[in-house]
Design a protein around this ligand. Structure first.
Ligand code: ATP
Length: 274
């Protein structure tokens, strides 16, 4: 395959304030990240370094956003990849991509004069799934390489490396990844509650012309079990409805239509994947 290990740069920086809801996840994450920042103290006390943070929760809840905000918070370079990018037909290719990813993190940190780098792997379950007795040899090598990279992280390293990973199926992960010294911290990133939904709607409504009559609290009420990604869709669809009606402002009815549309869209998606 010609496909190269793609590593995506974060577009602009992103802070924890740009993420709606997720109060508990943010607090837990910041606490964990302080380990990366206070590395001198950690080293002096002989505490082993924090190597991995696992973000766990349903799709579209802001795990990638949290990882990006973590990079900003710790003044680290941010390198991201998705587990599916490491799946290849040829044995060894996935493993060498893992190696490249960490190499790139180190060289980018050096180039940008940063003391630390956060490597983010979305859909970690694709490569870190339970190993079943030599069935998936290629996956095994990829996972082994990831474990090797994690084991090679030391507090005295320059730059310091932190691996963050996201999954919505933690129970699928190989126990080797969950052992002490690997992904030590698990942070749950749940669907937002009503307050969180309102926060997210406000964030995505910030740059949109909302009519004064708009009541986002009502929309937050109506969007039980919506993810952050779906709420972002609601705001976007509402703007499209406004445009169709040549309305300069987004009205409450546009938002309600958008809620229905996103809800129905989800349902048909689910039907078609059955
Ligand atoms: P997946 O597991 O599908 O990769 P994820 O949890 O990583 O999902 P993100 O990629 O972080 O989700 O979120 C997708 C988009 O949804 C974001 O770019 C953002 O527009 C919106 N979004 C999701 N959660 C939030 C949130 N908590 N606050 C604001 N926007 C959010």
């Amino acid at each position: 395959s010609e496909r190269k290990a793609r590593t995506r740069k974060a577009p602009a920086y992103l802070t924890f304030d740009d993420i709606g809801g997720q109060q508990r996840a943010k607090i837990e994450l910041k606490e964990a990240l302080d380990f990366l920042i206070k590395h001198e103290e950690i080293r002096k006390l002989g505490i082993r370094p924090l190597k991995g943070i696992l973000l766990e929760g349903p799709p579209g809840t802001g795990k990638t956003l949290l990882a990006k905000a973590a990079a900003h918070y710790t003044n680290s370079v941010f390198i991201a990849a998705s587990g599916s990018e490491f799946v290849e037909m040829y044995v060894g290719v996935g493993a060498s991509r893992v190696r490249e990813l960490f190499k790139e993190a180190r060289s980018r940190a050096a180039k940008e004069n940063k003391e630390s780098a956060i490597v983010f792997i979305d859909e970690i379950d694709v490569i870190g799934g339970k190993r079943d007795g030599g069935q998936h040899r290629e996956y095994d090598q990829t996972l082994n390489q990831l474990l090797t990279e994690m084991d090679g992280i030391h507090t005295t390293d320059s730059p310091r490396i932190l691996l963050m990973a996201a999954t919505n199926r933690k129970e699928m992960l190989d126990s080797a990844l969950l052992r002490p010294g690997r992904f030590d911290r698990h942070i749950e990133v749940d669907l937002p509650d009503k307050k969180g939904r309102l926060h997210i709607l406000n964030i995505h409504g910030k740059n949109k012309p909302l009519s004064e009559q708009v009541n986002l609290e009502m929309i937050a009420e109506e969007t039980f079990q919506f993810s952050g990604a779906q709420l972002e869709s609601v705001m976007n669809e509402a703007a499209i409805y406004a445009m169709r009606e040549e309305s300069p402002l987004i009205e409450q009815k546009h938002l309600s239509q958008a809620v229905d549309k996103v809800m129905i869209g989800e349902r048909t998606d689910r039907e078609s994947t059955k």
